[in-house]
Design a protein around this ligand. Structure first.
Ligand SMILES: [Zn+2]
Length: 384
């Protein structure tokens, strides 16, 4: 089984074009990972995902642990085989979902105690357990359990969560290395799995610096920047990313967790980030919001009732090649499932095509120009 490795193949400023090798294939970076929460990227098949250009997907440990359970998935041969996706998969640790449970969870030094959103049953997730669950799932990249906190967070609370995250990272790494030598009774379904550490520290730059040092000292295959998907202001997020990413080892991929408006992708690549995931393209597709080169478009708008143009005239996806805004609006209003599929295909293609354009631009030294053009045509404000 090929080892996990990463190679930077071109640079422009802080941005990097690279190749990430995993036991299930190579990922061209910078890359965007569609989110397959419960073992499926909602509304699309694996083939449709491939056709949009996806090379790696994300699975949520919290959801898969609760249903159908990591032991069942291990008995079925691991997550790749179970869901019929033979490309690379990254799993999160469950920390973020547990954080989102708010009143239904309690963080202790040992781990996180939480009640299932499905049936209210009580569960205890420790850094060791989160590592074991992901070993049974057999993802190509496992994440350590971290403590995510709401922002803005006062420095003492942010420090406490950051320091606990470091202690948890150490325990997760120890368990990960133990499993390599003596896995029983855990069924390790992907012996080539890599483990990423996560940098925390909320919006406090000094805490981010400390977290980078302590997490890199433990030693992981690569590192992620966590806790920023809950930050409201893009400027604050860019400041933290700009501070943190360049401090991470240059020869390892850097993953910005959970943030990904289209302009965030460009701005974070410009600051040295290589990997992204976000539910926005898929979730917004199901809510009728389409991303286009001219900004977001709400397909339910009455002005599209007889608009026979494609959602995005510049897009090369299956949806834009065949279908009109009028038809997609009709499907949405009628509640037809096909509408969610066609919207998702378009939004994912838009994201993955943006990443393709970014990679090409870095290769040809035109990323700075692309970044400028992108901001002239794309805006967070809806145009329609
Ligand atoms: Zn399209």
């Amino acid at each position: 089984m090929p080892e996990f490795s990463f190679r930077v193949t071109a640079r422009e400023g802080l941005s990097r074009r690279g190749e990430l090798h995993t036991p299930h294939g190579t990922v061209q970076t910078p890359a965007f990972m569609p989110v397959g929460t419960r073992g499926a990227v909602k509304a699309v098949t694996g083939q449709q995902l491939r056709d949009t250009g996806a090379e790696i997907i994300l699975g949520n440990t919290y959801h898969l642990y609760l249903k159908p359970g990591d032991s069942l998935i291990a008995r079925c041969g691991g997550l790749h085989r179970f869901i019929g996706w033979d490309g690379p998969i990254l799993t999160d640790s469950g920390g973020y979902q547990i954080f989102s449970l708010a009143a239904m969870r309690r963080i202790r030094e040992d781990g996180a105690e939480f009640r299932s959103h499905l049936d209210g049953s009580l569960h205890h997730l420790t850094p060791e357990r989160a590592t074991e669950i992901q070993a049974q799932l057999g993802s190509d990249v496992a994440m350590v359990l971290d403590e995510c906190i709401a922002t803005p967070a006062p420095a003492p609370a942010a420090r406490e969560a950051m320091e606990r995250s470091v202690r948890w990272a150490r325990r997760a790494r120890d368990r990960f290395l133990q499993l390599r030598d003596s896995p029983a009774p855990i069924a390790v379904t992907n012996p080539g799995q890599a483990q990423f550490g996560i940098v925390q520290g909320a919006t406090h730059l000094d805490l981010r610096t400390e977290s980078v040092q302590a997490t890199v000292d433990i030693g992981f295959e690569a590192y992620a920047i966590g806790g920023l998907s809950v930050v409201e202001s893009p400027d604050v997020m860019y400041e933290v990313v700009g501070h943190t990413a360049p401090r991470l080892p240059d020869d390892r991929p850097r993953y910005l967790m959970g943030s990904g408006m289209p302009d965030d992708l460009i701005e974070s690549v410009a600051r040295g980030v290589d990997l992204f995931d976000c539910v926005l393209p898929t979730r917004n597709a199901r809510n009728g919001q389409l991303f286009t080169r001219e900004g977001p478009l709400s397909i339910k708008n009455a002005r599209f009732a007889e608009d026979m143009s494609p959602p995005d005239p510049q897009c090369g996806c299956y949806t834009c090649a065949r279908f009109s805004r009028a038809y997609l609006r009709h499907l949405f209003l009628a509640g037809e499932m096909t509408g969610a599929t066609l919207n998702t295909v378009h939004n994912l293609y838009f994201y993955l095509d943006t990443m393709r354009r970014i990679r090409e631009a870095i290769l040809f030294g035109t990323f700075g120009k692309l970044r400028q053009e992108f901001h002239q045509t794309y805006s967070r404000r809806p145009h329609h």
